[in-house]
Design a protein around this ligand. Structure first.
Ligand code: SF4
Length: 438
């Protein structure tokens, strides 16, 4: 990827720019100053629309359309939330952006607030990283002290302040409606939509919730213009995308930036990871709720629709190469067991269905499965997404669905009494363990 195509990591290049002075030396906050002094909120929105920016949080919603709804509201109080809570803790994207360049994110939040007419924002992070929370608090204080945030941003009539919110709520802590409930001080359960947060969010006021990576792109769009931004990426998804890439033997991922439309193989190469038939069994795209693809799919373009066509998702933006010795039934079991512990429990199909999937898979790897289990798994794979209120339940079946579709031989081998890689250990002795399952 050329230097001009590398955008966010280029911003992150060299030593960390944690101080406001360092950030300004690199041209930081020029976009915010330009917007406030020379552009109306509508003009900023037009540039974001022209850029074709899509939300990086997983669903790929057009950012300008979401902002336009909040901006159109007559309410005098509106909010911006930066969702920097990596639902899958193996993702390092939020932590990398915030640790290396907190002011890029603060500037992005301020630009979003200026565009939609918000005066208050929340920077929502995983609260377990105390060091990160401390450095963000310092960056926010510095921004307030130097007039970049506060009652008169850069001496203008634009007012914007940011509250840091640190939360540890497992996977569901990153879900949009759940995080609003948490900020409201209510039980952490996903909410029925509509109404959407764009109309009825924090304090029942219009609230723009955007992923941290999405907001970090706003200064680049305003500084260079939407048309220039759009030159990178695909017709459907402009710009670049950050991924956490995890190799077959690695405990920790590497963050890479590739243009939308780059292939999975190119993202692996950017991370210095190879995946061949000799070393790898599958590649998983999307994190805990992602799908397992055969190595033949390595040339799939990294874009929302082509990845969804394979049965995987952009999701948590994690690309993981599974080692050669992986039994894919065991992999689907581990994913499903982990997911069964993360459901918030509000809807029965998700609360019970994900546990039934995990329990049925446990039976298969324990050598007590039968052909009927595959039918049951297929039934639950339809029933759980159909009856789920939020994206968690919709996406939770991807591991089992993709494993059954792409690695059917592994399931058959287990039903014939043999683990295909001789790696599975029995984990239960009874086929139906209702108490455990439910
Ligand atoms: S789909 Fe699952 S996680 Fe989402 S609200 Fe329903 S029970 Fe909770």
């Amino acid at each position: 990827m050329s230097e001009t195509q590398q955008r966010l990591l280029q911003q992150l290049g060299g030593p960390a720019q944690t101080s406001l002075a360092d950030y300004r030396k690199q041209g930081g906050y020029a976009a915010l100053q330009k917007a406030i002094a020379q552009m109306s909120p509508q003009q900023v929105l037009n540039e974001i629309r022209e850029a074709g920016l899509r939300g990086r949080g997983g669903a790929g919603v057009k950012t300008a359309e979401k902002m336009a709804i909040v901006g159109r509201s007559d309410e005098d109080i509106k909010y911006v939330i930066c969702n920097a809570y990596d639902a899958d803790p193996r993702s390092r994207i939020s932590q990398t952006l915030l640790a290396r360049n907190p002011h890029l994110v603060i500037e992005g939040m301020a630009l979003a607030a200026y565009t939609v007419g918000a005066s208050e924002g929340f920077l929502y992070i995983r609260g377990t990283d105390r060091g990160l929370a401390d450095s963000l608090r310092q960056a926010l204080q510095e921004a307030m002290g130097q007039g970049v945030l506060g009652p008169s941003v850069f001496g203008s009539s634009f007012t914007f302040s940011i509250t840091l919110v640190g939360v540890e709520m497992g996977f569901m802590g990153g879900e949009e409606s759940t995080l609003i409930q948490i900020i409201k001080g209510r039980p952490a359960k996903a909410q029925q939509r509509p109404p959407y947060p764009t109309q009825y969010g924090v304090a029942e006021k219009p609230t723009l919730v955007q992923n941290v990576e999405t907001l970090a792109n706003l200064p680049l769009i305003v500084a260079r213009g939407g048309a220039a931004y759009r030159k990178t990426g695909t017709a459907n998804s402009s710009g670049t995308k950050l991924f956490t890439v995890i190799g077959p033997d690695a405990a920790e991922g590497v963050v890479v930036e590739v243009p939308f439309g780059a292939t999975i193989a190119e993202a692996l190469r950017a991370a210095g990871i190879s995946a061949s038939d000799d070393t790898a069994r599958a590649v998983v795209v999307g994190g805990l709720e992602g799908g397992a693809l055969p190595l033949a799919a390595l040339n799939t373009p990294l874009d929302f629709e082509p990845i969804e066509d394979t049965g995987a998702i952009i999701g948590s933006s994690i690309i993981e190469v599974l080692p050669k010795a992986t039994c894919m039934v065991n992999w689907a079991t581990l994913q499903s067991v982990a997911l069964s512990k993360e459901t918030c429990g509000k809807c029965v199909p998700c609360r019970v269905g994900v546990k039934r999937i995990a329990g049925t898979l446990e039976g298969i790897i324990s050598g007590i499965g039968n052909k009927g289990d595959l039918d049951l798994l297929e039934e639950f794979s339809r029933y759980v997404p159909d009856g789920s209120l939020c994206g968690f339940g919709v996406n939770a079946v991807h591991p089992v669905v993709t494993a059954m579709k792409n690695f059917a031989g592994d399931f058959q081998a287990h039903l014939d009494g043999q683990c295909p890689t001789n790696t599975c250990e029995p984990v239960r002795a009874h086929r139906y363990v209702t108490k455990h399952v439910l």
